[in-house]
Unconditional design. Structure first.
Length: 172
């Protein structure tokens, strides 16, 4: 199988996956090195494929993807679980988190959290590795990109975040 055929199979695999697929898993399935898969992913992204890298592997945005919104929040690390639960309990998928740091500029990390189970796994991994949430770099101010079913679901989510004091109504 040549590189073009392999990339076609990678895209087919990512489109059919319900969960992230790791580069190691793809390399085993396709009989090539993990580095070959990483290179293929870079090529696919360069030609416009919407592939997201998460801590658990790669995801491909589907054609019927939900609308994506941005919300800016402000709270301490102690409220992180509650904030993330609020998102997923409203049916939103938390795609990533971004902060604007005065020295380092814009810093972002993929999350892809869609359930309380995902949130708990994410927070447990952070605890296990002693990783501090990125929001600690900016005194709690951070932005999430989220996928929501529609404008109504997004409005309801914003109401809840506002009621909890997390939503920054007029960022920057």
């Amino acid at each position: 199988m040549n590189g073009a055929e392999r990339r076609e199979r990678i895209m087919a695999r990512l489109h059919s996956a319900q969960q992230p697929v790791s580069a190691s898993q793809l390399s085993r399935e396709l009989g090539v090195s993990r580095q070959s898969i990483v290179g293929d992913i870079a090529i696919l992204r360069a030609v416009g494929e919407k592939i997201t890298a998460t801590a658990r592997g790669y995801l491909c945005e589907s054609e019927d993807a939900q609308p994506v919104y941005e919300v800016t929040c402000n709270h301490g690390a102690e409220d992180l679980r509650d904030e993330l639960y609020t998102f997923v309990d409203c049916g939103a998928r938390v795609l990533d988190v971004t902060v604007r740091h005065s020295v380092y500029g814009i810093l972002s990390g993929p999350l892809n959290l869609a359930s309380r189970y995902d949130v708990d796994r994410y927070l447990e991994e952070a605890r296990r590795t002693h990783a501090k949430p990125i929001l600690t770099l900016t005194d709690g101010v951070h932005r999430h990109r989220i996928a929501c079913a529609d404008e109504t679901a997004y409005a309801r989510l914003c109401e809840l975040l506002s009621a909890k004091g997390y939503l920054l109504e007029n960022p920057e």
